[in-house]
Design a protein around this ligand. Sequence first.
Ligand SMILES: Cc1cc2nc3c(=O)[nH]c(=O)nc-3n(C[C@H](O)[C@H](O)[C@H](O)COP(=O)(O)OP(=O)(O)OC[C@H]3O[C@@H](n4cnc5c(N)ncnc54)[C@H](O)[C@@H]3O)c2cc1C
Length: 770
Amino acid sequence: MIKSNASDKRTLKTIRYDADLIVVGGGLSGVCSAITAARAGTRVVLVQDRPVLGGNASSEVRLWVLGATSHMGNNNRWAREGGVIDELLVENWYRNPEGNPLIFDTILLEKVVSESNITLLLNTAVFEVQMSPTPKSPSGDLGATGHIQSVQAFCSQNSTMYELVAPIFCDASGDGIVGFQAGAAFRMGAESKEEFGEKFAPSAEYGELLGHSMYFYTKDTGRPVRFVPPSYALDDITTIPRYRRFNAKEYGCQLWWIEYGGRLDTVHDTEQIKWELWKVVYGVWNHIKNSGQFPEAETMTLEWVGTIPGKRESRRFEGDYMLTQQDVVEQREHADAVAFGGWSIDLHPADGVFSEKPGCNQWHSKGTYHIPYRCLYSRNISNLFLAGRIISATHVAFGSSRVMGTSAHVGQAAGMAAAICAREGLLPRDLADGQELASLQRELLKTGHHIPGLQLHDPSNLVPNATLLPSSEFVLTHLPPNGPLQPLTDSAAQMLPLPTGPVPQMTVFVTSDADTTLTVELRRSSKVKNHTPDVTLQTLTLPIQKGKQEVRLPFDVVLDGPQYVFVMFIKNEHIQLQYSQLRVTGVLSVFNKTNPAVSNYGKQEPTDDIGVDTFEFWCPERRPKGHNIAMTIDGGIALFGASNLTNGVQRPTSQPNAWVADVTDSSPTLSLRWSEQQRISRVELFFDTDFDHPLETVIMLNPETASPFCVQDYVLCNDRQERIHETIDNHQARNIISFEKPVETSQLTIHLKPKPGQAPAALLEVRCYA
Ligand SMILES: Cc1cc2nc3c(=O)[nH]c(=O)nc-3n(C[C@H](O)[C@H](O)[C@H](O)COP(=O)(O)OP(=O)(O)OC[C@H]3O[C@@H](n4cnc5c(N)ncnc54)[C@H](O)[C@@H]3O)c2cc1C
């Protein structure tokens, strides 16, 4: 029994943690930052003020995670970010193809608590920052006005205070609680057009901040259910200009446009904004249930309403560089690139749901863009990393970089940088160039974290010294005509990787219900790294007769460099194109259709001079659709060889970058042969988890639980053909095989066992370490 006499005052129990890195905020950027740092050997404390991880992606808010793939609705091909965020999304695909937000919570929690280097504090809010003099470092103290010594946090569940001490801090809290209190330079609201020459900078009338949103989920109970609204529900929803858009079918983040608060202080007025959003949500549901206009809602009930509003924007902190509209649109390259974005610049009217204007104003770039390292640390707090939506970007650039796939990717870069700082006794700015930057980029690439244009050069990898002996190498001679016949109601294109030199002649399979002409264009992208077909190389006008026929495409174009080309079939109501069942890594079809969810109306055409480009969208279809266009290719395309395994790129980019075994190879193997015995303690394999698939975490259903390009079962053997490792049921891109005792061998053979009906076996990279 505890009996405590009266006292003047008591103090709370306080626990002190000393770590290498304190990550504040357990949204996706904080989670990915913490896991990346922990795996690099850093002792991390991850502090999250709410009961689960994920922030806006958690079951508390229920946003789907998106990034550069943009729902597969723009021209960014194979643009999933890679690294830890990819592992999380692919795991969610495997366990949760139905998109249940509760399952995603469990995956995040599991991944974090599996890391022995992470101390996770849930329900614990950081509220205070202690500063100390800036220590001397090669460059970190230049311009520094402060250095964080520790942060204090409080958990109301266990009534405990925490003192969290570390040399490095990462603020991933969304509002920047650490940066704000530490005195880091920040901004809130929009820059003028003049400050950075950003033509898309919004006027005050449009609004300078994005608001919060609140969602609801419904369920059909199968019997009539009545709804009595709470007294605070909005009475008259016709005060909402878009009330006609409400229906009984949309739920969750399809309701992103129930937005409010862009004219308020989105940090300090959040509770007020939440009440306004609750009023709207319950008012809308009252309208759906009780107006008589939605008989289909008779048996429906509210299953869930958000209690925490999804916050889009508050503070943005200043780093040594601010990302701008021009960086995004012109895809400016930065030597210190450590992450990339690819969502549209997506601004919203500040009046949100009460505005007469469209709910968003989205403009895409022709491809992905670099995010420099200098955006990821405070310019004046010497030991503070920034991750997530608070990185150093203008309001306009933030309109793109804020989405969670990108935020998480940035978090990974900050986490790896923090690990290097902690290990080497450096401060964030010390890594901004030279060997330290190269080391940061290399360590990130090793994890599968993609940085466009960068190749991994890893001196400790043993594979470049080995001879690669594949059992076969795929040559793309034909995509057999064994798939569906589809009308050419929208223009369709086959994307093909080609080497320098003459474009091969091809034959396609066409059925027509009348004599007509077929227009076929051969296009490429003006920038080799992009997949926006904005350069026409040749146009063929071919006579087509009524009936079924093979059509020859007599191209006479010579490519001056290796690149993807687009063989485009312009829409024709008479024609049906024959498709193929064969799917191959790095080969896909695209269509000039629309995807209004991401402001893709077939072509992007700004009417005003807002500093964005005009171009067409050519996007793939989701599986089970998305077949390749059947064709034969004279001479074939031989770009799927084993030499791709050592080119330092782990996904298709301007070339497939994959070793693909021949379709007829029933037991594909790859042997790595060294002239001398090696001691191998770790092997890393990278498989194709289809980096084009956006893998939204909620609502969207997936037809499969793993990529059809991903090899699930494989065996490793030594030079005596003894089995030294076996994996069954793999679905992840990165596979790490660690041997308790190093394997001594002069040869390593990887036996891939693709499942019947799968795409031909593919491997994107193999690395071995002593
Ligand atoms: C309605 C809406 C629609 C959006 N649409 C999309 C979309 O479709 N796809 C997409 O990818 N992105 C979308 N975004 C953008 C995206 O959700 C955010 O920009 C993103 O969440 C940023 O990630 P983050 O980790 O920086 O912040 P958050 O996800 O907000 O995570 C920050 C975390 O820090 C915690 N935290 C805050 N203060 C403290 C503290 N003092 N102590 C400890 N922890 C703290 C919070 O609880 C939170 O979990 C949307 C945003 C909104 C609001």
